[in-house]
Write a protein that binds this ligand. Structure first.
Ligand code: CUA
Length: 340
């Protein structure tokens, strides 16, 4: 066999092994379903890398394996190997081709980054706050009180997430949307997503942020345009209620099983006439119920216990349930609960 035949056989084997390697890689590293416009060019980029990796693997392994088998020493052959001194054309080829490949992939990656980060028409802005260990979302276009614990967005519309952390680094990640970005304390970061399929997805935190990092989850609900419009009007209706009425809704949902409004003592003191009242505490001192005391009693309920009541009954995680604004609304509601 002459050189050309060996080369032809080896080349055919390179193509074959590349194909097999790609199929194996593709089966092992399965990407989650792609449910955003951004996922399409990112997945193409992934596939491009898989193809290149498969080809390079085949190139090395096939030529090595072929030489080991075909050009092995035969019994009785004690001659020296052929002396080869360099090859200019080979050296130029294995320098120039990888150079173009690396630069080409760089330009491709740059274009994809550009495509997924550039401003789109009719974006919806959602402000995302990350804190240990929860997400919260604010819709500035729907008013000051439009806050939700889950991200609700319409399908096929670009959402611009303006993100910031209250404490340490967190990272916004929805695998089905592919894109991911860190949240920093004191500095806004922006992420754009364009969901293409209705459904529910999970937001994960992708940056180790302490004890409950793994549980820092929230839902993304992707709705059809009419469903989103009706969700929006629901939020608008709630968000446009005056603070005291918002406070009443919060009391109903969070506080009403332990704090009555009619003077009855349940496991906690009644809220009837609570604002401005003098409260005797278990340590013998007394305190005036003002904004500061209420805020402390909600966030750290064991610090001051009203005489006649027990410590450790009130949940100590309201700092993760009620925002500052929620507490302000609750205080406004309390101010309306005068002594009869
Ligand atoms: Cu937040 Cu990990």
């Amino acid at each position: 066999m002459n050189h050309k035949t060996h080369l032809a056989i080896a080349s055919a084997l390179v193509v074959l092994v590349s194909g097999i390697t790609y199929l194996i890689l593709d089966a092992i590293y399965q990407l989650p379903p792609a449910n955003s416009a951004e996922a399409v060019p990112i997945d193409q980029l992934f596939r491009g890398h898989f193809i290149l990796i498969s080809f390079l693997f085949a190139l090395v392994v096939v030529f090595m394996g072929y030489s080991l088998v075909v050009f092995r020493r035969r019994p009785g052959d004690d001659s020296d190997g052929e002396f080869i001194h360099g090859s200019n054309s080979l050296e130029v080829a294995w320098t120039v081709i990888p150079l173009f490949l690396v630069v080409g992939f760089g330009v491709w990656g740059w274009n994809v980054l550009d495509e997924i980060t550039v401003a789109k028409p009719n974006e919806i802005v959602v402000e995302v706050t990350g804190q240990k260990w929860q997400w919260s979302f604010h819709y500035p276009e729907l008013g000051e009180y439009a806050n939700t614990p889950d991200l609700v967005v319409p399908v096929n519309t670009t959402i611009r997430l303006e993100m910031e952390s209250r404490d340490v680094l967190h990272s916004f990640w929805v695998p089905e949307f592919r894109v991911k970005k860190d949240l920093l304390p004191g500095q806004k970061t922006t992420l754009r997503i364009t969901p293409t399929d209705e459904g529910e997805y999970k937001i994960r935190c992708a940056e180790i942020c302490g004890q409950r990092h793994a549980y820092m989850l929230a839902d993304v609900r992707v709705l059809s345009a009419p469903e989103y419009a009706s969700w929006e009007s629901e939020i608008l209706a709630i968000a446009s209620l005056p603070p005291a009425e918002q406070g009443q809704r919060l009391w109903q949902a969070n506080c009403s099983s332990c704090h009555s409004l009619d003077g009855t003592a349940l496991v906690g003191p009644t809220w009837q006439g609570i604002y401005g009242r003098q409260e005797a505490l278990t340590d013998g001192s007394s305190v005036t119920v003002d904004d500061e005391y209420i805020r402390e009693s909600i966030y750290e309920p064991n610090v001051k216990i009203v005489a006649g009541f027990q410590p450790n009954l009130m949940p100590q995680n309201y700092d993760t349930i009620l925002s500052d604004q929620d507490v302000t609304n609750i205080i406004e509601f309390m101010k309306t609960l005068a002594q009869p």
